[in-house]
Design a protein around this ligand. Structure first.
Ligand code: URA
Ligand code: CA
Length: 434
């Protein structure tokens, strides 16, 4: 086989065989096919697309390019949740203990990564003593015993995707639905999921800014999952404004605790119940979505979800007393209020820009070397559609430095007030099961 022939075949709009796709991905992983040929190939994919069969084939080729996590020693159907990334997205912290409380095994591998706030592991490390440096054996034991554990990223998972994503980033070939969908799905499958619930965000703060693109990506990922034997569904959820109120690591841990107590923000609670119901249903712990939802609501009401959080934290060295006393979480030295300059209704809270304001405070990493300040961040006091009076607080700023003028300026620029009444945005834009 010659790479140039495969580039031409894709350029001319023909379907590649499984063997041909394997040849490309294997060759690229080991370095026998150079960057310039693969970038020509990915550009051909941008323009020609990929058939359903090609998408499944490239996903599995990337899964097989490296290690795969073996979760077969864990009892039950392992359902993983994946979010395409938003601002202040506290769902993972809530969903883990919540669905574990009704018996769904949560075996989560998580990372740090870049972003407006830290990754799930950074957030959890706001709890003193909590650590994810456990070995595989302990990880599996903990999930079997408690139904929930989180382990740090280890092993060499989907090296083909790492290399391909980095190449796409510098060759203008990120924006391709088959390449994005296969990239995301390969990582979930390599991490050992039997079933996958996807939270595809849509709106200003999301990777996909329009509903149409979000739906297209959701369909593509759901089809890949189902075609390779992993039951997969997607919820399309709103990210035109940040989710919940808190954006920041310790602040989001507190928000997750509130939500597990039944006292969380309405949108975060509703999204967790929706995603959680699908996880419980796919794990076959409930016969219908309605039944699954009732189980989760009960776990919040009777305190078992909160109890599960305590067990989870203490099993990995964390000080679980923060659950009853969140003031033990890292606290910022200063708080400032962002006061509304006029009367009106909140019309826009541009999520990614508000996320960047949290990053300016030190809540997230701008580069891999940045050090996160777990205590700092933002808590929204108003959301889109809320009425506001001049002088009322729009946002509380939690900071470890005194001069927050740059942060305030960014927030004022990106929180828009209108004199006309504004409707709150729809939270769930759709569900995709095929
Ligand atoms: N996120 C990924 O993991 N891969 C892509 O290709 C795009 C976004
Ligand atoms: Ca939040």
């Amino acid at each position: 086989m010659r790479m140039v022939d495969l580039i031409e075949k894709k350029r001319d709009g023909h379907e590649l065989t499984t063997e041909e796709i394997n040849y490309i991905i294997k060759g690229y992983t080991v370095g026998s096919i150079p960057d310039y040929q693969v970038s020509a190939f990915t550009m051909a994919v941008v323009f020609r697309g990929m058939t359903e069969k090609e998408r499944a084939d490239i996903t599995m080729a990337m899964v097989e390019s490296g290690d795969q996590i073996d979760l077969t020693q864990i009892e039950g159907i392992k359902v993983d949740k994946h979010s395409t990334g938003g601002v202040g997205d506290t769902t993972t912290l809530v969903l883990g203990p919540l669905v574990a409380a009704v018996g769904v095994p949560i075996a989560k591998m998580s990372g740090r990564g870049l972003g407006h706030t830290g990754g799930t592991i950074d957030k959890l490390e706001a709890v003193a003593g909590f650590h994810v440096e456990i070995d595989n054996e302990e990880f599996i034991e903990l999930v079997n015993k408690n139904k929930i554990a989180v382990i740090g990223q280890s092993g060499n998972l989907t090296p083909a995707d790492k290399k391909l994503y980095a190449l796409r980033d510098v060759t203008g070939t990120v924006e391709s639905i088959p390449l994005i969908a296969s990239s995301i799905m390969s990582k979930k499958i390599a991490a050992g999921a039997d079933a996958i619930v996807l939270d595809v965000k849509t709106g200003a703060g999301a990777f996909m800014k329009t509903l149409e693109h979000s739906q297209e990506l959701a369909h593509a990922m759901v089809r890949i999952g189902n075609n390779v034997g992993r039951r997969t569904m997607a919820v399309i959820s709103d990210m035109s404004q940040p989710l919940g109120f808190a954006i920041g690591n310790a602040l989001e841990v507190k928000e997750a605790i509130d939500t597990l107590k039944g006292e969380g923000p309405e949108d975060l609670t509703e999204l967790c119940l929706t995603l959680g119901s699908h996880m419980v249903f796919l794990a076959q712990k409930a016969g219908s979505l309605q039944e699954a939802r009732a189980m989760l609501e009960q776990a919040i009401k009777d305190g078992s979800a909160l109890e599960k959080l305590k067990v989870f934290l203490s099993s990995q060295g964390g000080d679980a007393s923060v659950v009853d006393d969140p003031s033990k979480l890292p606290q910022a030295k200063y708080t400032f209020e962002l006061e509304a300059k006029e009367d009106g209704y909140v019309a826009e809270i541009i999520a990614d820009e508000v996320g960047t304001a949290a990053m300016l405070l030190g809540a997230g990493r701008a580069t891999k070397e940045s050090v996160i300040d777990l205590a700092v961040g933002l808590v929204l006091r108003k959301k889109i559609g809320d009425q506001v009076k001049k002088g009322e607080s729009l946002v509380t700023i939690y900071s470890n430095f005194e001069d927050v003028s740059e942060v305030k300026e960014k927030l004022y620029e990106n929180i828009k007030i209108s004199t006309a009444k504004v409707d709150a945005p729809i939270l769930i834009h759709g569900e995709v099961t095929e």
